[in-house]
Design a binder for this molecule. Structure first.
Ligand code: SF4
Ligand code: SF4
Length: 183
């Protein structure tokens, strides 16, 4: 958490260059399901003031991400580590007076970031684990042995085949390949 906060804080302090603005970005977003109402945001701050993550983070501000997107700061939005702090609780969506569907907008940002390979390593590892075991986290062999020694029943088997089938349908493996290429 400290690393995320520090890096993002540094990103936020960097001066903005004119070449960073992409005036088409907001119009591209409007065409994506979930982000259609992004231009309705008038920066009232309700989403941020009610966000449980913003309460505990110095840098995570959904309102600011939306403002940056409206301005066309595409790379800054998609490269932002704080994007991945959203807990998808939908409080912001419920409270926004402009029906911006903030949680969906954050999801759209994440999807676009993932397409570029801008995704924290921890989520790449989780994805890999899901594919291999059906679990989001690899369960250490030591823990499995400990369960046995304590007479606990074996854990239910994951179902990676079904997960792979779904992921193939959304071309997820192409993304994984791209992430690997970018390592
Ligand atoms: S609550 Fe809605 S209108 Fe207000 S800042 Fe957030 S997204 Fe914008
Ligand atoms: S969905 Fe994300 S941005 Fe919205 S209130 Fe919850 S944690 Fe905050």
């Amino acid at each position: 958490m400290t690393e995320v906060t520090t890096k993002s804080a540094q990103q936020g302090k960097e001066p903005i260059r004119a070449s960073e603005f992409d005036p088409k970005f907001k119009y591209e977003l409007q065409k994506i399901h979930g982000a259609e109402n992004i231009l309705r945001c008038f920066q009232c701050g309700t989403c941020t003031s009610d966000c449980p993550i913003a309460r505990f983070s110095d840098t995570y501000r959904p309102r600011t991400l939306i403002h940056m997107a409206q301005l066309g700061l595409k790379d800054r939005v998609l490269n932002s580590d704080t994007l991945w702090l959203c807990a998808a609780c939908f409080t912001c969506t419920d409270r926004c007076p402009q029906d911006v569907e903030v949680a969906a907008v954050i999801r759209v940002f994440r999807n676009l970031a993932a397409e570029k390979g801008c995704i924290p390593q921890v989520f790449k590892d989780q994805a890999q684990s899901l594919i291999e075991t059906g679990y989001a986290y690899m369960i250490p062999e030591l823990r499995i042995k400990k369960r046995v020694s304590q007479g606990l029943p074996p854990l239910p088997k994951g179902n990676p085949e079904t997960i792979r089938k779904v992921l193939r349908g959304v071309k997820f493996f192409d993304r994984i390949q791209q992430w690997g290429d970018q390592k």
